[in-house]
Design a protein around this ligand. Structure first.
Ligand code: AMP
Length: 220
């Protein structure tokens, strides 16, 4: 039985997962795995996975479960015994959550805590239209709430900041609908397993971080 924690962070697009995941990764020494980043990387390198995933991603739809679960299997199997992990953007469907339980079970691990960040839809649409991401290290910025020190450049590595195509307003609204229909039921799945921590994401980032830390201390 591994004591290494398995932590999930979930929340709709724009909930602040990227910023908070970076804190959790550093503070709790977790390997941060964001399925969206893995997929964007595959698209950028034009791999077979990237070629398949691209059409779904551009349309703001979920990539089919079998593709995502195969990707996750590889990842979970590569985890060291004592390696804590933070899964970000996975699971997005109940089928993915069930598959994760199976994969973790094979390693005698289980989900320790699910950090579920909640933010009203209108707040999200407003936030996302100001979002810029570093092309090199994926660090997110926001023109109003978290601007880079130098416009258009990443504070950490000077990489170029860009706006994701799926962050356009109509695409955002569609992604929020997809989240509500397919991913919100994942919260209930974990609620029934007593590992769900609901976090109010409609407050300053420091307050969200404090709430996440409290949930982490209670769980791991
Ligand atoms: P994200 O960066 O987490 O917002 O993910 C960007 C896009 O990648 C999503 O809109 C989906 O098309 C795809 N994606 C990421 N994670 C998953 C997942 N677990 N299941 C299905 N599609 C995913």
């Amino acid at each position: 039985m591994s004591d290494a924690p398995t932590v999930l962070i979930m929340g709709p697009p724009g909930a602040g997962k990227g910023t908070q995941a970076a804190h959790l990764r550093d503070h709790y020494h977790l390997r941060h795995v964001a399925t969206g980043d893995l997929l964007r990387d595959a698209v950028a390198h034009d791999t077979p996975l990237g070629q398949t995933a691209r059409t779904y991603m551009d349309a703001g739809n979920l990539v089919p479960d079998d593709i995502i679960i195969a990707m996750l299997r590889e990842l979970v199997e590569s985890l060291g015994d004592e390696e804590g992990v933070l899964l970000d953007g996975y699971p997005r469907t109940v089928a993915q959550a069930e598959a994760l339980d199976g994969l973790l079970g094979e390693l005698e691990r289980h989900v320790n805590v699910v950090l579920d960040i909640r933010v009203p839809a209108e707040v999200l649409v407003h936030r996302i239209s100001g979002r810029w991401v570093c092309r090199t290290c994926q660090t997110p910025y926001n023109v109003t709430s978290h601007p880079p020190k130098v416009a258009g450049k990443c504070d950490l590595d000077g990489g170029e900041l860009f706006q994701r195509e799926d962050d356009a307003e109509s695409a955002v609204r569609h992604r929020l609908d997809v989240y509500e229909a397919q991913t919100a039921p994942v919260s209930d799945y974990y609620l029934h397993r007593d590992v769900l921590a609901t976090i109010d994401g409609n407050q300053p980032a420091e307050a969200v971080q404090a709430a996440l830390d409290a949930a982490m201390h209670a769980a791991v």
